[in-house]
Design a protein around this ligand. Structure first.
Ligand code: ADE
Ligand code: ZN
Length: 330
């Protein structure tokens, strides 16, 4: 597979979880996967709703047993993204589950960065940055611990550009997470919140007003609230929508029912992401192909989505403009 497929434009991916890129193919190559039979592998990835997905996600994360596994995964993922035409990715990465399993964070992130370098040395033309996120249902203290890791790595010069939250959107009130988000913002990190995926419009409103999110993962629940849409548009808060993920987690019944076109029509910046291609089976090029088919998006519309992604990446202005030039094809 390479970038000569149907969606042969340079792509930017702003909503993809590093750990969510570990699908059965990569798992079977990893140390933990070697011990697993095919039926066990299928069971590992099976789920039929959002809580089930979060459980499967935790099982897959646990397959990252040692720094070498992170390096192997990063090399594979970077090569795969580059082959699909992704030129810039903002990975969401969740350090705390690995720390809680006894891994040393410094060695983990060093291994991830080494894996990216391995892929580049083998020809992958991919620029990457990281948003460290916390696990919402683990509460405020875990959020502060995660934010401290993000701030420390950013200050150490690693490519960490944001702090975020994922997991069970209904598992902890925004107010409890607020100190962590303020700490991250005070240090210069941008804020990324998963909201409006399984929660309602109020969850999106709190992501913006309490946690200061400048981008939202999903956010589709905002479609039901015209005032909220107007507020998101006014503030220029970008929604990184993932239609295939929404189908798999049962957040939405079909591509056609996904409300992102109405959200974009209300003037809210929207990008398309793959979220967890290892679990949902669609990398960004396939995600875009499915979107193009469902909503008759032509090449110009797809390029438009990429331009929005360039403009809303968490990079400084100069870098955003450079990315925009690349994806606009000018
Ligand atoms: N972590 C990985 N994928 C996620 C999703 N779709 N929602 C919340 N947290 C996640
Ligand atoms: Zn996500």
């Amino acid at each position: 597979m390479n970038n000569s497929g149907k969606i042969a434009i340079p792509k930017i991916e702003l909503h993809v979880h590093f750990e969510g890129c570990i699908g059965p193919e990569l798992m079977a190559r990893m140390r933990a996967g070697e011990k697993i039979s095919r039926p066990e592998l299928d069971a590992l990835y099976s789920f039929d709703n959002f809580p089930g997905f979060l459980k499967a996600y935790a099982r897959v994360m646990a397959a990252l047993e040692q720094p070498g596994d992170f390096r192997e995964a990063a090399g594979f993922i970077a090569a795969r993204l580059a082959a699909r035409g992704v030129v810039y990715v903002e990975f969401t990465f969740t350090p705390l589950p690995h720390v809680r399993r006894g891994l040393e964070h410094g060695r983990v992130i060093e291994a991830v960065l080494a894996g990216l370098e391995d892929a580049r040395a083998a020809g992958a033309k991919l620029q990457a940055a990281f948003i460290y996120d916390t696990v919402r249902q683990w509460g405020g203290e875990a959020a502060e611990q995660s934010a401290r890791l993000a701030v420390a790595d950013m200050k150490a010069g690693l490519p960490v550009v944001g702090f975020g939250v994922g997991g069970d959107e209904l598992g902890c009130p925004a107010t409890e997470l607020q100190p962590a988000f303020e700490m991250a913002a005070a240090a210069g990190l941008k804020r990324y919140v998963h909201a409006g995926e399984v929660g309602g419009p109020q969850s999106v409103r709190e992501a913006v007003e309490i946690l200061g999110a400048s981008r939202i993962g999903h956010g589709i629940a905002a479609a039901g609230d015209p005032e909220l849409l107007a507020e998101l548009a006014r503030r220029g808060v970008c929604l990184d929508v993932c239609p295939t993920s929404n189908l798999f987690t049962r957040a939405v019944d079909s591509y056609e029912k996904n409300p992102w076109p109405a959200i974009a029509a209300a003037g809210v910046p929207v990008t398309i992401g793959s979220d967890d291609p290892g679990f949902f089976g669609a990398w960004l090029d396939e995600e875009l192909e499915r979107c193009a088919a469902a909503w008759q998006l032509d090449q110009a519309a797809l390029r438009g989505l990429m331009v929005t992604a360039a403009r809303h990446s968490f990079q400084p202005r100069e870098k955003r403009e450079e990315l925009e030039t690349i994806v606009a094809g000018i």
